[in-house]
Design a protein around this ligand. Structure first.
Ligand code: ADP
Ligand code: ADP
Length: 228
């Protein structure tokens, strides 16, 4: 089963703006894919369909074989667990007194507790190299560290697909490097929305270009960027 199958997805906002016109995308398990395209292309609209935040248009979205269906509340909960979105601003994702509590929040909310919760928190923080700051308040960390903790909060949910919105934004060269190495070390399906073409080239063997609500290119990143 692929991690993600989007087929014939078309969507207009309530004001009539047609944001997507029949998008087809299949992403296999373990692939790392960049989602490129100019502002207004429909990237955010597509991402918000992956966990059912937006719905009501045409077409289907499947995550690990499970169809996103807003009428199926239990299914939607499972989809939200499977699609882990790291937002562009880590401060939208961090609100607890300590890093550890922020990382525990998602899985605890799903009913995970005890030793399993502890294992998830330790594992997620270790993956992003943030174990040693586990007991500090997130606000005391640098921006780059907060972004890595935001990634950990999502990893602790053990998602089927990790979606990252502009992961390299506002990072200095050292922070970019560190995050790239962390992301390259993760064994998870990844969809990365970015305007940072060198980052896409380094991290993602495959790229999609969304333009005017349609997939304008889909292929190996060097070819896609060569065509741009
Ligand atoms: P991107 O993420 O690639 O910048 P978006 O998905 O945000 O693109 O936007 C796609 C299109 O939908 C654009 O024309 C944008 O102006 C429009 N759009 C986005 N959000 C809304 C909204 N809430 N209401 C109406 N139109 C919207
Ligand atoms: P990005 O380019 O980072 O995806 P945008 O600037 O496209 O972000 O959109 C930022 C926010 O504004 C989103 O929540 C989007 O839904 C909303 N938005 C974008 N275009 C419109 C629009 N035409 N009408 C209403 N809301 C919009």
């Amino acid at each position: 089963t692929p991690s993600l199958e989007v087929s014939g997805l078309a969507y207009a906002y309530p004001d009539g703006t047609q944001a997507l016109y029949g998008v087809d995308v299949t992403i296999g398990k373990g692939e790392r894919v960049a989602l490129l395209g100019p502002n207004g292309a429909g990237k955010t609209t597509l991402v918000l369909h992956l966990n059912g935040i937006l719905h009501g248009g045409l077409g289907t979205v499947r995550v690990g074989g499970l169809t996103v269906d807003p009428k199926d509340r239990k299914g939607l909960r499972e989809i939200r667990r499977r699609v882990g979105i790291v937002f562009q601003d880590p401060d939208d994702q961090l609100f607890m007194p300590t890093v550890r509590e922020d990382v525990a929040f998602g899985p605890a909310n799903l009913g995970v507790g005890g030793a399993e919760l502890e294992r998830r928190v330790e594992t997620a923080l270790a993956r992003v190299g943030m174990l040693e700051v586990a007991d500090r308040p997130p606000q005391h960390l640098s921006f780059g560290q907060r972004r890595r903790v935001a990634v950990a909060t999502v990893l602790a949910m053990e998602p089927e697909i990790l979606v990252l919105d502009e992961p390299s934004s506002n990072l200095d060269p050292a922070g970019r490097r560190e995050l790239a190495e962390i992301l390259l070390g993760l064994d998870v399906t990844m969809l990365m929305v970015t305007h940072d073409l060198p980052y896409a080239a380094e991290l993602c063997p495959r790229s999609l270009v969304l333009s005017g609500g349609v997939i304008a290119a889909d292929g190996p990143t060097p070819e896609v960027l060569g065509d741009e």
